[in-house]
Design a protein around this ligand. Structure first.
Ligand code: ADP
Ligand code: ZN
Length: 744
């Protein structure tokens, strides 16, 4: 909605005094992938400051942007178009602007594209709607005041409930609005303006937290001290699953709120963690401001505005919460810092943990990275002394870490079309008999990963991706896990036309659920995967059912590996511990370790001890060995050595260029041209171009180039110059991925 600029400016906010202030040149950054800010002139008599949110004409459109600088000056002043108006919202602070420039520079993205993440709710720039509400004035009625039944009813209602609009009061009582107006005129009710966004309750940091253990106290004290110091520091809060990391960093958040500053906690997949929110609300007496993709427009608007005005003390969100316009950010927490979900793979490609560290550095504030399985990057920073480390070695309340055993599938043969080996079957039976809960983990959605024609071997492929379709028996469809395309399972094989010939190979969670239901017909089984549960509410509902012991056996993918605290869950069975280890990804071992450790951490979190059974065909693999022995640090050391040897991150630098477009030939030509114009240097190695493993994704053909260099080389300017010197057709897009995590 485009409002009336003049009326806002007419309210006299920062309007310059003298006529000689005149119109000035300003550079306005727009939320578009443009090379830099565009020059405009300020409206006559209005002094614009860097950070002001303004509306400007752009072609035939009107856009919201931010005053960035004094302008480039390359266009005659007389030809500049004028800023239309300034929005009634506090300016974007300098630190936040520097952060946007920093991220743009680091990720080799246009600053406007980064700004777009910061002003993702343009509606929030408008003044919040103010409604007039009525409440009892407390004054006595004037002489001659007539009390009618309708007036009495309105007064009674106004006295008991929250202040309400006149029309609302009248409607509730069933009288005309004139009755309420009459009461206001008589002075017994008073009409007061109320912003629709002022009402929310703020977290209360003065509430007492739980009694902390000695280790927890020590860690909390160190974090509080870091907050009090109010300068840049990075602390790894390294504690086993269930050690109370959350409770400990809550203390740092309390200290930050006490200092009157804002805090942000980044969580992977926030929508999935209602347990976290419940705990926060218990600790601070109110819910935090939320920021994630499932919010409604109104919620986003309210949070954005509360953050910009400094009213929101704490924001909890997914990675994009980092780009909110904090008025005064004093603390950043990144929970599960190792989680791959922090890497954004589209648009501006960035790693939220790394950008969060940069934000803390720019703002001169502390940041806490929490994890039971820190990333190798973070671990190396701890060893070099760049980051501090606080350690919580034990589970809270004396709970023990689960015992981890490996089932060697080379000895324990599986029956045909069965995926649960006898030892796991026995353990499940024992657990159910004891009235406890068990979880069977397989990180694979659907019924079977592979569906083919028994007669001719034909498989169905997605038309827009280089990927096979996956059978989902619950929905009786074949689905592409990359673009979401789905189709019914055909009656006839499209290749050999044989009827009913499609057969499922290998297990997905749905198939495991089927097997478990056959093994334990009395058990109450639930499947937990992102596609069997429709959204966060369904996930919450299932989590609650598990907590209330409405479920005996939980079958799930990685979405249930994280964070959940199920006190009666004592057994975790991993169907295929080797699953993540295949493929050429340099982080395959690290990720598998982190994921399986996380899943194992769901077992035995309360009084009853837990155990974990890992089914594996390669028990001697270092990852399986490290899980079984619990020797995380030795495993990480070996991983570090391997990466160091290969000059791979964090010991060397990597960047990927993904060239994509709808026409294969154009993409190939562009990729080959980029290969030819690649920077030549002893230090920089260019690999490719080569077809990406997902050579076709959502209808776009993809080729990859990989850039590798020692740590001492700063890759961004090299890549920028390279791209600038290589003109490509507009049908082809090049995405730069600094520090790539995905090699698909
Ligand atoms: P982590 O984040 O390290 O996995 P949590 O913070 O989730 O651990 O703690 C695990 C469980 O123990 C939670 O239910 C938490 O409320 C409880 N807990 C941890 N520390 C304390 C404490 N000092 N007093 C009471 N309960 C605690
Ligand atoms: Zn597809």
């Amino acid at each position: 909605m485009v409002g009336d600029g003049a009326s806002f400016l007419g309210k006299g906010e920062a309007v310059s005094g003298g006529g000689e202030a005149g119109a000035r040149r300003v550079g306005v950054l727009l939320p578009l992938p443009l090379p830099g800010p565009y020059d405009y002139r300020s409206p006559e008599g209005v002094v614009l400051q860097p950070g002001d949110y303004v509306e400007v004409p752009f072609g035939p459109r009107r856009l919201a942007g931010v005053v960035w600088n004094d302008g480039a000056g390359d266009l005659d002043f007389g030809r500049l178009r004028s800023v239309i108006r300034r929005f009634p919202v506090p300016p974007l602070p300098e630190i936040n602007r520097r952060f946007i420039d920093w991220v743009a520079n680091y990720t080799v993205s246009p600053a406007g594209q980064v700004l777009r993440m910061a002003i993702s709710v343009p509606a929030a720039l408008e003044a919040p709607r103010v409604t007039v509400v009525c409440r009892p004035s407390g004054k006595a009625a004037p002489a001659g005041f007539k009390e009618t039944p309708a007036r009495r009813a309105v007064l009674a209602l106004a006295a008991e409930g929250p202040p309400r609009a006149a029309a609302e009061l009248a409607a509730a009582v069933g009288c005309g609005p004139a009755v309420v107006r009459g009461l206001v005129e008589a002075g017994v009710l008073e009409a007061v303006p109320q912003s629709s966004e002022e009402a929310s309750v703020q977290p209360n940091w003065t509430l007492p937290g739980p009694v902390l253990s000695e280790d927890q106290q020590e860690a909390a004290a160190a974090l509080r001290a870091a907050v009090a110091a109010g300068c840049y520091s990075v602390t790894l809060l390294d504690g086993v699953t269930g050690s109370g990391k959350t409770e400990v960093y809550f203390e740092a958040i309390a200290a930050c709120l006490a200092a009157g500053r804002q805090a942000v906690a980044l969580l992977p997949e926030i929508a999935l963690s209602s347990q976290w929110l419940d705990r926060f609300t218990r600790r601070f007496g109110a819910a935090p401001a939320l920021w994630h993709s499932e919010l409604t427009g109104g919620q986003r608007r309210a949070t954005w505005r509360a953050v910009a005005e400094g009213r929101a003390g704490i924001v909890v969100g997914a990675r994009s919460a980092l780009f909110l316009p904090y008025a005064d950010l004093g603390l950043v927490v990144v929970d599960e810092e190792h989680d791959p979900a922090f890497k954004q793979e589209e648009g501006v490609i960035y790693h939220a943990r790394d950008m969060a560290v940069a934000r803390a550095w720019l703002g001169g504030i502390p940041i806490i990275l929490a994890s039971a399985t820190p990333s190798l990057e973070t671990q190396v920073n701890v060893e070099s002394g760049r980051y501090q480390r606080l350690h919580l070695p034990d589970r809270h309340g004396g709970a023990l870490l689960p015992e981890i055993q490996v089932i060697d599938l080379r000895r324990q043969k599986l029956e045909p079309r069965r995926w649960i080996a006898p030892p796991l079957r026995r353990a499940l039976a024992e657990t159910l008999e004891a009235g406890e809960q068990a979880m069977v983990f397989l990180n694979r959605r659907g019924y079977a990963p592979l569906t083919l024609c028994r007669a001719c071997g034909f498989r169905l492929q997605c038309h827009s991706c280089s990927a096979w379709l996956v059978e989902h028996r619950a929905s009786q469809r074949l689905q592409c896990h990359h673009c979401g395309y789905a189709m019914p399972i055909p009656d006839l094989c499209p290749n050999c036309e044989k009827a009913d010939s499609f057969t499922a190979c290998g297990p997905g969670v749905e198939r495991i659920a089927e097997e478990v239901a056959e093994l334990f017909p009395q058990a109450r089984v639930a499947v937990m995967a992102s596609d069997t549960l429709a959204g966060p509410c369904a996930i919450d509902a299932l989590v609650r059912r598990v907590t209330e012991q409405d479920v005996d056996l939980l079958i799930g993918t990685q979405i249930m590996a994280k964070g959940h605290h199920f006190p009666m869950l004592t057994l975790v069975g991993v169907v295929d511990a080797d699953l993540g280890l295949a493929g050429g990804d340099m982080r395959a071992a690290e990720r598998t370790y982190q994921l399986l450790h996380q899943v194992s951490g769901r077992a035995g979190r309360a009084e009853r001890p837990g155990r974990v059974l890992l089914q594996s065909y390669m028990p001697e693999h270092p990852v399986i060995g490290a899980l079984a022995s619990g020797d995380r640090d030795r495993f990480l050391e070996a991983e570090a050595q391997e990466r160091q040897y290969g000059h791979l991150p964090p010991f060397g630098r990597l960047a990927a260029l993904v060239v994509s477009g709808p026409e294969m030939e154009a993409v190939d030509r562009a990729a080959i041209l980029l290969g030819r114009t690649a920077p030549r240097s002893d230090q920089i190695e260019i690999l490719g171009p080569a077809p990406a493993p997902l050579a076709l994704l959502r209808g776009r053909h993809r080729r990859r180039l990989l850039v590798r260099a020692p740590r001492s080389v700063v890759l961004q300017p090299v890549i920028r110059a390279w791209l600038a010197a290589t003109p490509l057709p507009s049908s082809v897009r090049v995405q730069v991925d600094i520090d790539p995590y995905s090699f698909l």
